[in-house]
Design a protein around this ligand. Structure first.
Ligand code: NI
Length: 191
């Protein structure tokens, strides 16, 4: 198990577009080890996802998993998913306002609008093509990770900066209302 250091906002690698990787690169021991390390690092940090550029590897790979996550207990489960060279696109215009955090933005959360229904195409770690529809908070998680690979942080999408809070103040003043609203949303959308 190898946990890599997560870089934080201000590091230039978080602001660069990560590059696509080739099939040969994906099959290489170096990239397969990077994927293992991303999974270990995500688990160690209790993240819902982690993009490769967050560990200073500027390639288009991200890992996603939600399983009773202590940082985001209201998120429906997502099985461990490795996305390589993902392409994401909204299916319609429906948006939802989600309170997000990020391992590269320590101790800050804020509200962003995300598409509720997206199509995502990607390769898994074995190079197998996937073409899937994601909805609700799960769609939001995929959009957050794909944003990372384009050099974008959730901070860039916060329209109302008065929603920014530390995690402590989120717990004290904002969590209950958000969880009530988003639980209703999850029950309606189903994920
Ligand atoms: Ni993030």
């Amino acid at each position: 198990m190898t946990v890599r250091a997560i870089v934080t906002v201000g590091h230039p690698v978080l602001r660069e577009r990560a590059r696509e990787i080739t099939a040969d690169e994906l099959a290489s021991p170096e990239v397969q080890t990077l994927i293992d390390d991303l999974i270990d690092t995500m688990h160690d940090a209790n993240g819902a996802g982690l993009a490769a550029n967050q560990v200073d590897a500027p390639v288009r790979i991200a890992v996603i998993e939600v399983d009773h996550n202590p940082r985001y207990p209201y998120k429906p489960p997502i099985p461990l998913t490795v996305v390589v060279n993902p392409v994401i696109e909204p299916i319609d215009d429906e948006l939802v306002e989600i309170n997000e955090g990020c391992l590269s933005v320590p101790d800050l959360r804020g509200n962003v609008f995300r598409h509720v229904n997206v199509r995502v195409r990607y390769l898994d770690r074995d190079g197998v093509e996937h073409d899937e529809v994601k909805r609700g908070l799960t769609a939001g998680t995929f959009q957050h990770e794909c944003d990372h690979l384009d050099g974008r942080l959730f901070l860039d999408r916060v329209q109302d900066t008065t929603t920014l809070t530390t995690w402590e103040q989120f717990e004290r003043f904002h969590r209950d209302a958000f969880v009530a609203r988003i639980t209703e949303f999850v029950e309606r959308v189903g994920s």
